[in-house]
Each structure stands twice: as C-alpha cells, then as structure tokens.
Design a protein around this ligand. Sequence first.
Ligand SMILES: *Cc1c(COP(=O)(O)O)cnc(C)c1O
Length: 384
Amino acid sequence: MTDNTFPINRFAELPTPFYAYSIGLLSQTLQAVSNAAGADAHIHYAVKANANPVILQEIARAGFGADCVSGGEIEAALAAGFEAKKIVYAGVGKTDAEILLGIDAGIGCFNVESAEELEIIAALAAEKNKIVRVALRVNPNVDAHTHKHITTGLSENKFGINLEALLPIAERAVALPSIELSGLHFHIGSQMLDMSPYAELCIKINELQDSLAKNGIFVSSINVGGGLGVDYDDPDKNPIADFESYFATFRNGLKLRPGQTLHFELGRSIVAQCGSLISRCIYVKHGTVKKFVILDAGMTELIRPALYGARHKIQNISAPEGSPIETYDVVGPVCESSDVFVAGGHLPLTQRGDLLAIRSAGAYGEVMASNYNCRKLHPAYFFN
Ligand SMILES: *Cc1c(COP(=O)(O)O)cnc(C)c1O
C-alpha cells in the first residue's frame, strides 16, 4: 500500500483553493476494480465523474473503457488514450453533430434513450454507409433509494425507454439496416451502498431477456451502468469502495446467455476518494449563536452539498493536535444561501489562514466547477 496521506508540507504555500489527487490511491482503486470484476467484465469509466486529463490518462492506461455522455466527453476520452471501440455513449439529447462524431470515431456502442434518437442515428449511419452498434437504455423501474436528483431508474424519468415501449423499439432496431442491436443498457442511480436495488435489477434483466427471447430478440451485451457508492463519512477507513459485493451481486444474480458480455459504467466509486478540495479559511465570523468558518472555496469548486445536500468529511489540516473541538457552519464565499459545506459541523479550533481539506471530492467536484460570481477555475495537483 502506498501512503495516501495528504503531503501538507508540499502544498502549504500554494495559492488556494485547489484540488489534490492521490494517483497512488487511484491506481490501487483501479487494481481493486480489475481484481473484483474478473477478466471477462468490461469496465467503462464514466467520464462525467472527473474528466481531468491526468486522471483520464491513468484510467485509460489501466485498460478501462469510457462511458461518455456528450461529444466533448468522447473527444476528452480519445485524447486521453481510451480506445474508440471501448467507448460507449449515452445521453438523452445527443445532437446530430455529436452522433456523427461518435460514428466517425468508431465508438463501440451508442446507448439509445428514445425511439426518435434511434431513427436519427440510423439515418446518419446510413448516409455514411456505416452500421453502428446500439444498446437500448431501458428504464427497469427499480427504485435506487437514493437522492431524488440522482435516481434515474424509475419509469417517470427523462432517461431511458420504459419497459412497455421496449419491444417495438427493439424490433425496429433489428429491422434497421444501418443498426446492429447489440445490447441492453441500464443505469438506475448513484451513490448506492445497499446492494438490494442491484439484485432487483438482475431479476428485471433476467425477466426482460426471457420476454425478448420469446419474441426472437437476442442481444450480445448487457450493460448494467454504474452507481456504486463510496463512504463520504469515513474516507480513511474505506478508501476503496466495496467492489467485491458489487460485482458478486451481478455474478450471482444475472443469467447471461452463452457468449453474452457484461459491461459496467463506474464513475464515482473509481475517483471520489482519490481527490480532496484544499481550501483556506479566510474569516471566522462569530454570529449571535453560530460561528461560521468562511472558506475561499465554495459551491463553484464543489457543488454537491448545495445541489444534493451531500455531506463531505472536512478536516482542518493546519490545526495543532489536541486543539479544542468547536461547532461551525463551514461556508463558501459565493453569494448564494445554499453555499454551505456543512451546518453545525465539528472541527478543531479554526483560524484565519488554516488549510482545510474537503474529502472525497474526486467525483463530481472539479468537473462541475463553474465561473459563477466571475470566479476563476482552480488548478489540480497530483501526489502519490
Ligand atoms: C452518471 C452515469 C454513470 C456513472 O454513475 P456513478 O454513480 O458515478 O457510478 C454510469 N452510466 C451512466 C449512463 C451515467 O449517466
């Protein structure tokens, strides 16, 4: 094991805020995924979780494929060295230009989310005399029991094709000469720590395969998406997600047909724990009742708390050992009331100038940064 503790001395003088990534932990995580998944699983890293080029290159070098949700992500994945044929492309609103980019690059599969999209992909492929591989993204109506903004598998949802609508679209895909119907695709939600929704998904997939088979439809690949959660409360205790249970749930639950390949699209669980957002306390404001630690990082650098009410572990990495523990609201400088990392959090006595680490910020952190309030985008540094 490499030492993943944050090398504060190396970074103490740098302007804040910035993202700090442990490449050592990232590569241990990739190794853990490969070991738990087994040789015949195909892993496509969900680029939207973190598209930093250094991170992408590391993941591409480990032999993973990529899961993209825009033309820009396909370009980023190709530039980082992902093989085109290992790229899968999902998204409810693929434009013609993005579809053409995918066709020209020769990506492995389009994950199609609606009947109309299928027709457009077929027409664009036909114009180019190409046959493109397509998986139909199915809405299996499985409740991921997660935050409403990150639940995607229920039927009333902008993502995917409802079970009732699937058969005619599948038959149409089989009939279209420029389309090869190669698979079924699912993605039911994110930050899932309980395996039971995945077990339920397996049952739905088995039933669906049986009912499609009765109609003479067979596919060569099953893609179960991503969504495995990480321990935001205690990243040091659980720096690597429970990949063993996750992959075992599918190995035990899915009845794959002979020759069928199994695909996964993990994002968060690969990159969340390797990243921290490092910020400096600018002021400590004493209100009537509360004390506020005001940071130089805010929702513009890490929007998850403001967007989903997410909680991240926050550490004062400057405070001397044995400092008294105080209660603070830790907030950012952005002019929005929701720009709060934690309300009523416990930290060692904090003062102006202290460095704070907001942990588990590797996923949906830097990649969701914005210029709101005309703030600058901030750099990333890498350590082992
Ligand atoms: C976001 C997304 C993923 C990755 O989800 P994580 O929760 O980060 O693992 C996988 N597949 C699709 C289609 C997605 O939209």
